[in-house]
Design a protein around this ligand. Structure first.
Ligand code: HEC
Ligand code: HEC
Ligand code: HEC
Length: 131
């Protein structure tokens, strides 16, 4: 019988600990919603709906990569019919010109370090490094 109270107390403690980051952030006055990324100003829409891009841009990129590297297909048709050239630097970064304050800012926040930039380039960084 007494186990019931022990279990209940443990559950309450568990709940408090699990939700700690949320109320800690509230108390510290942080706004919910993640990092403040710089969106393109010259374009209105991404290649896919923004909700999909937020959660699944990496899946799209991997399928783009396989399209090119394994099948040598260099175009991709979006659900809305727009045809894009399949390219990380040439297409994604053509609209998202500010990699540092877009891709990197969000990845730093999320603690992910995509290794893509070992080989792929940020055209803006190259332009800056030219004399
Ligand atoms: C070891 C070097 C290397 C790494 C690391 C790498 N790639 Fe690539 N990637 C290539 C090469 C080489 C090609 C083929 C280029 C071509 O044929 O135009 C390519 C092609 C691609 C393409 C299609 C063509 C283009 O210009 O973008 C995409 C998309 C792509 N990679 C995405 C990624 C992503 C996403 C990552 C990280 C998760 C990544 N790659 C990591 C070397 C690399
Ligand atoms: C034609 C221009 C264009 C291209 C190409 C493009 N994007 Fe976007 N992207 C946008 C715009 C504009 C938004 C903001 C859309 C909105 O807020 O409704 C966006 C939003 C996003 C978001 C969500 C950001 C957020 O608000 O949380 C991600 C992630 C993203 N893009 C990644 C990519 C990747 C990866 C590629 C290449 C596969 C890519 N984009 C190609 C214009 C583009
Ligand atoms: C709104 C936040 C956000 C933005 C903006 C964003 N990413 Fe990401 N990205 C993430 C998160 C979160 C992950 C890790 C997801 C996971 O591990 O499941 C990720 C993972 C990735 C991965 C897979 C890395 C790996 O090692 O698994 C690639 C590739 C990638 N992002 C490319 C991009 C590129 C290119 C851009 C800019 C054009 C971009 N992302 C912009 C949030 C973002």
């Amino acid at each position: 019988m007494r186990d019931r109270y022990v279990i209940l107390a443990a559950l309450v403690l568990f709940f408090v600990l699990v939700t700690a980051p949320v109320w800690y952030a509230r108390a510290a006055g942080e706004k919910a919603g993640g990092p403040d990324v710089k969106l393109p100003t010259q374009e209105k829409a991404c290649v896919m709906p923004v909700d999909y891009m937020r959660t699944s841009h990496m899946d799209l990129l991997i399928s783009w990569r396989e399209r090119v590297v394994r099948e040598n297909i260099r175009t991709w048709t979006a659900p809305d019919g727009t045809v894009y050239t399949v390219s990380l630097s040439g297409t994604c970064l053509k609209c998202h010109t500010n990699k540092a304050e877009f891709c990197d800012r969000c990845h730093d926040y999320a603690g992910v370090t995509p290794y893509c930039w070992d080989c792929h380039v940020d055209p803006a960084a190259i332009a800056r490094s030219r004399p």
